[in-house]
Design a protein around this ligand. Structure first.
Ligand SMILES: Nc1nc2c(ncn2[C@@H]2O[C@H](COP(=O)(O)OP(=O)(O)OP(=O)(O)O)[C@@H](O)[C@H]2O)c(=O)[nH]1
Ligand SMILES: [Zn+2]
Length: 404
């Protein structure tokens, strides 16, 4: 019998994007998302995977997590020597000199930052303990004085992209894969094209999974709606804040804040950033606004690099780098977020037009590019606290944040 039951749900605009095919199997898009998500999990566990592309397959392991067993498996699956693959920005930091792909990069993530540099691996670096300390940004002395550049393997860019999706350092041990390595060694296989498509494909599968009234100190009528993507990642939340104003208007364009998760600032009250005051301040402003508002709380910790890498970036900042250069020294772009998730959530809750609470010009442009009508911007700035003054200054000077 022909099955018409969607296994994930429909897109908020009513268009079926994820369903089952006639045989009852998940369609290609679900399979592609699943393969990428599984591959990222394998890398996090220290297991090599195979990245398939038009120029052949690459066997890939994350330098940060790969175990002795993982390296043995990688060697068994390889048909050539392994190399160390680094994002150019990371290579420049490791080598303490510029590398060609990293030059001329604009302040916010550029295509160049997605590039890669391949270094010939010294035997010492194939020692798993050495690889782990290479992942530690303060322990780069293990690299030879002048590591030899070597030819770029195929699928280098999707390999770097996969490490970033796994929220690992974009530092990989890779080798060209031998014929039939996947089946012989039971390694997970993923298509390079699916990895590259993932950041845009995953938000398209968002589905509403839970909704509840959660009275907040500053917004007694607040409701929270949780959205889950087919990638199985952490859910994103929309916090709907009704106006407490007596002249509340149902038709006016609501205030919207696109807020990326910040465990340290939002939850612990860290003084390193301005996230805590921005979060609470946004809810207060929405409740006071006649049009009310929506706060999107996105699982994009550390501007998309994850909490662990943000802590590493903090360590580098304590050594003198600013927030942007610290991201780059780890091999990440300045800002690894995209705005598809936010746009999909706004459409799902019926908010196609917004007044955006932000100082970040990229959020205005990014949301508009994803189809949301940005009617205006409302500044959302808080005084420095003595600890975050340099961070706020960097946001204004290097990220182009708008002041007032
Ligand atoms: N990588 C990195 N992330 C940081 C750092 N400080 C704060 N963050 C993260 O930055 C994100 C906060 O960004 P947003 O609140 O969206 O702020 P914004 O992009 O500066 O823009 P607006 O606040 O809207 O003006 C959170 O995910 C924080 O965890 C840092 O030094 N390094
Ligand atoms: Zn923060």
């Amino acid at each position: 019998m022909r099955s018409m039951v969607p296994i994930v749900s429909t897109r908020p605009n009513g268009v079926d994007t994820v369903g089952v095919n006639d045989a009852g199997l998940p369609d290609q898009r679900v399979l592609a998302l699943r393969a990428v998500h599984r591959a990222a999990s394998e890398l996090r566990r220290g297991t090599p995977i195979l990245l398939q592309g038009p120029e052949g397959a690459l066997v890939v392991a994350a330098a940060e997590t790969v175990s002795a067993r993982g390296l043995t498996e990688l060697a068994a699956a390889a048909r050539g020597p392994a190399v160390l693959l680094l994002a150019p920005v990371r290579a420049a930091a490791v080598l303490q000199r510029p590398v060609p792909q990293a030059t001329g990069a604009a302040p916010i993530g550029t295509a160049a930052e997605m590039g890669a540099v391949a270094l010939r691996l010294s035997p010492a670096l194939l020692d798993p303990a050495a690889l782990r300390s290479l992942a530690d940004p303060t322990a780069e002395r293990l690299l030879p004085e002048q590591p030899e550049r070597t030819a770029m393997p195929p699928q280098a860019l999707p390999a770097i992209a996969l490490a970033k999706l796994a929220r690992l350092l974009p530092a990989l041990v890779v080798a060209p894969a031998a014929e039939a390595a996947a089946s012989r060694l039971d390694l997970l296989s993923v298509k390079a094209a699916d990895v590259l498509a993932y950041p845009v494909a995953a938000p398209a599968s968002l589905t509403r999974v839970a909704e509840a009234r959660v009275p907040l100190e500053d917004a007694p009528e607040a409701r929270i709606i949780a959205f889950r993507a087919a990638d199985g990642g952490i859910e994103h939340l929309a916090i709907l804040v009704d106006s407490v104003s007596p002249e509340a208007s149902k038709d006016a364009v609501p205030l919207v804040r696109v807020h990326s998760e910040c465990f340290t600032g939002d939850l612990l009250g860290s003084l390193r950033c301005d996230c805590g005051p921005q979060l609470r301040g946004a809810i207060q402003r929405m409740a006071a606004d006649p049009a009310g508002g929506v706060l999107l709380y996105l699982a994009q910790e550390g501007r998309g690099i994850g909490l662990v890498n943000k802590l590493r970036a903090y360590q580098l900042q304590d050594q003198g780098l600013d927030t942007l250069d610290a991201n780059r020294a780890l091999g990440y772009g300045a800002d690894e977020r995209n705005f598809w998730v936010a746009a999909e959530m706004l459409r799902a809750i019926g908010v196609p037009r917004v007044r955006l609470l932000t100082n970040n010009p990229d959020k205005l442009a990014g949301l508009a590019a994803c189809g949301i009508e940005v009617e205006g911007r409302e500044a959302h700035q808080f005084e420095g606290n003595g600890v975050n003054d340099g961070y706020l200054e960097t946001k204004a000077r290097r990220f182009g944040h708008l002041l007032t």
